[in-house]
Design a protein around this ligand. Sequence first.
Ligand SMILES: Cc1cc2nc3c(=O)[nH]c(=O)nc-3n(C[C@H](O)[C@H](O)[C@H](O)COP(=O)(O)OP(=O)(O)OC[C@H]3O[C@@H](n4cnc5c(N)ncnc54)[C@H](O)[C@@H]3O)c2cc1C
Length: 266
Amino acid sequence: MRSYDVLIVGGGPAGSSAAWKLTRGGADVLVLDRERFPRLKLCAGWITPEVVRDLQIDIASYPHRFLTFSRLHVHLKGLHLRAPCVQHSIRRFEFDAWLLERSGAPVVQHNVHNIRVETGGYVIDDAFRCRYLIGAGGTRCPVYRTLFRELNPRMSELQVVALEHELEYEWKDPDCHLWFFDKGLPGYSWYVPKQNGWLNVGIGGMAERMKSRRRDIKDHWSIFTGMLGRSLAVGAVCEPAGYSYYLRGRADVVRRDNAFIAGDAA
Ligand SMILES: Cc1cc2nc3c(=O)[nH]c(=O)nc-3n(C[C@H](O)[C@H](O)[C@H](O)COP(=O)(O)OP(=O)(O)OC[C@H]3O[C@@H](n4cnc5c(N)ncnc54)[C@H](O)[C@@H]3O)c2cc1C
């Protein structure tokens, strides 16, 4: 069995950021992720200047697609508001793999199933032992499930269902657009262009509210992509993939002994 100071479950932005900091501090870290990177992550890929600052990203030397938009369009109940901004888009497929590689931590492709607490640490699937354990496995993180679920139960009223598609498309409008509560959607939809002819479009809504209104997210998707096909994305063929996650509720406990949760796991 291999032993480490720190095992991190999940190599998305939360896991790779933890790995980056810990590795730079001299810790012996291993990242476990069930996927091989680069991996698909459903996400609009909008990042704020704060993300760029906190992750100390030198935009000039970032080797993948990076687009800065200087204007944000907000569509709300028939109103169209334009606001100047400095915001960015990346492709998560590229960004997450780059962050993980930059962390300098070794990564093993492994789907974590079983976590056992033992004196002085944790044992994962009888294959990896560590003193500190970080759960950064997203919404379905096994560290959250095993050690934190009862302390921080998910609140069903905060569950969001989302559909999105990232496609190669020669967009004409380089700005970002958001539509709030359009056609009864209890949430919002987006148009986020990426550098060099990529585009991300998607919608997300509160699951319980849609259910109570007997509306399916797919109905909203048809309305949304119909509107895009007549305006910002003429001729685009949008084939969505779905995901569900929880908005941030009260995460009262993010540390339990030497185990931690971060990112969507928290
Ligand atoms: C449709 C959609 C659009 C979004 N748009 C934006 C946006 O524009 N901007 C923004 O900032 N945020 C956006 N978000 C939110 C953002 O994607 C998440 O908050 C972010 O990815 C969380 O990062 P994370 O590292 O916690 O988890 P993740 O990025 O989900 O990474 C978790 C990792 O854990 C691994 N893992 C899971 N289970 C196991 C296991 N059992 N064993 C081993 N590995 C495991 C997974 O393979 C994955 O690589 C969006 C989310 C969705 C769903």
